[in-house]
Design a protein around this ligand. Structure first.
Ligand code: ME8
Length: 512
């Protein structure tokens, strides 16, 4: 069986889940559901990154011990993803004992092999990023992420011979076009690698920081947070058993945003090389959500909280916007105005109206009973069916590129078509003529098939809505597993339910 291993970043516990975290986690969940519907076995990992200066500082700010503080925020992440219906298979914390064990074991192995050495280094250090910067990387003398001038620090530390693996890494990236995607991030990494790499400082002296994993070969030092956190992708699978690791690891697909490209595209593969492990298959890099503080968005504040969005508008509406309004790999803006416009147009009007109109007519004209399809289909019936078949194959094509927005666009084009089919065939006019009632039954049968097909195609993206449509169509879960061919999904005599509102229109008010 084909397999795929999907990972989200391990989120820092110095902040609670927000829009950005939710995006990566939602696309991971969507991909998992999508690949499963394509017959693949999928393992999805998420979790929290809990060591290092940043977390120790956040704990201090909250008057708590680092572990107690990390316990609290990590639990918030986990429960948020549970409430959002994220289908993760494992939730890892970098404070988990098994993870710390794997980090120590890999450090010792690399140390024994001679790829970790002790040395002195003086450099410009950004406490926010927890790393040294070279002059060239600074913008106007400041860290580009934190807009702060770094501090000069000189100290003895342990270094990983990253430079030793530079050539091999470049060669791997060149010969594996899908190793980093989309393409512009691959180009960016290759450009960066044109300059000689510096070895990576992988320790912090205990005198400066205690909140980390002690180095197995020198307990006066703790492990640099990135050297610790990246290893989670391996330790989580190993924890689930050697066999799980063996089959899933070579199929690893990491999902991240552009902010953490360098650690994932450079540190991580060279660490894997030094540890003698195969490299991951693909790194998928998306852009940044930028908050646009329109009038209405002010009520949300600066931070979009997933549970608040779920409560106000429903999780599927939020998922739909995230998947539909970002082009994977590019930045996108978030505003409540854009969100509401999108939800009203695509979900309340296009999808919602289609489902409620069809179910209402089915109820009114045939007491909910599905009518037979004739042997000869009209041109427009075939077109409707073909439209959904085309949407299915286009979606498959777009999903290869992680073009979620295009996949949804293709499906919504088919839904548009179904709405036009109602106008074109006018069942509400035909029904007035008793001689045409059999045709009305056929038209509604075709429309019910369209709704069934749409729900099946949308289920990785909008799982809750797909489930609600399945219930409205009175179809069992088993009947749902395999997409039936058009005309086979619903049998004459089968009863469907009266309509229910899937997505209420969001009224625009100042406190929306
Ligand atoms: O970097 N737009 O954790 P983190 C899109 N612990 N995605 C965003 C985003 C935004 N505005 N803001 C955050 C870390 N993200 C490390 C990772 S992995 C071994 C260690 C998402 O809490 C996006 O996935 O800062 C980004 O890469 C991640 O959150 C950073 O999360």
């Amino acid at each position: 069986m084909e397999r795929v291993y999907l990972t989200t970043p391990l989120y820092y516990v110095n902040a609670e889940p927000h829009l950005g975290h939710t995006y990566t986690t939602v696309i991971a969940d969507t991909l998992k559901r999508y690949y499963r519907s394509e017959g693949l076995e999928v393992f999805l990992l998420t979790g929290t990154d809990e060591h290092g200066d940043k977390i120790a500082q956040a704990a201090r700010d909250n008057g708590m011990e680092p572990k107690a503080y990390a316990d609290r925020i990590s639990a918030i992440f986990r429960s948020t993803w549970d409430q959002c219906g994220i289908s993760y298979d494992h939730f890892i914390r970098t404070t988990d004992a098994y993870h710390q064990g794997t980090v120590r074991q890999i450090l010792q192995q690399i140390y024994d092999a001679g790829d970790i050495y002790f040395g002195e280094y003086g450099g410009l250090y950004c406490f926010g990023c927890e790393r040294f910067y070279t002059e060239k990387e600074l913008v106007g003398g400041k860290c580009p992420d934190h807009q702060k001038e770094p501090t000069f620090i000189q100290e003895k530390n342990y270094f990983f011979r990253m430079r030793k693996y530079q050539e091999r890494l470049m060669e791997h990236i060149r010969s594996h076009p899908d190793f980093i995607c989309p393409e512009h991030y691959r180009t960016e990494v290759l450009a960066f690698l044109r300059e000689p790499l510096e070895d990576l400082c992988i320790s912090r002296p205990q005198s400066r920081l205690q909140w980390g994993i002690p180095l197995p070969f020198d307990t006066d030092y703790v492990t640099y947070v990135w050297f610790d956190a990246l290893i989670n992708y391996v330790s989580a699978l190993q924890f689930r058993g050697e066999e799980v690791f063996r089959v899933f690891w070579p199929k690893a697909h990491h999902l991240i945003a552009k902010d953490i490209l360098k650690p994932h595209a450079i540190y991580w593969p060279t660490m894997l090389m030094a540890a003698g492990l195969p490299l991951y298959e693909s790194l998928h890099v998306h852009g940044y959500w930028i908050m646009e503080l329109g009038k209405m968005s002010k009520s949300l504040g600066n931070v979009v909280r997933p549970l608040e969005m779920k409560e106000r508008y429903g999780m599927d509406a939020f998922r739909y916007f995230l998947l539909r309004d970002m082009v994977f790999g590019q930045d996108a803006t978030f505003s409540l105005e854009a969100f509401i416009t999108r939800v009203n147009a695509d979900l309340a009007n296009n999808l919602g109206n289609l489902v409620s109109r069809v179910l209402a007519m089915q109820q009114r004209y045939f007491a909910g009973e599905v009518q037979p399809l004739g042997a000869d289909w009209a041109r427009e019936d075939q077109d409707l069916r073909d439209g959904f078949a085309r949407a299915g194959s286009e979606m498959r094509r777009h999903m290869q590129e992680l073009h979620f927005h295009r996949a949804l666009e293709a499906l919504w084009a088919a839904l548009d078509h179904a709405n036009r089919y109602i106008v074109q065939t006018s069942p509400f006019v035909l029904f007035k003529d008793p001689a045409k009632r059999a045709r009305v039954g056929e038209i509604l049968h075709h429309l019910l098939e369209a709704i069934r097909a749409a729900a099946q195609l949308m289920s990785p993206f909008l799982p809750e809505t797909a489930g609600r449509i399945r219930t409205l169509l009175n179809l069992s879960e088993e009947a749902w597993e395999e997409p039936p061919s058009w005309g086979q999904g619903l049998t004459p005599g089968h009863k469907v339910q009266p309509p229910k509102v899937l997505f209420p229109r969001v009224e625009v008010s100042a406190d929306s």
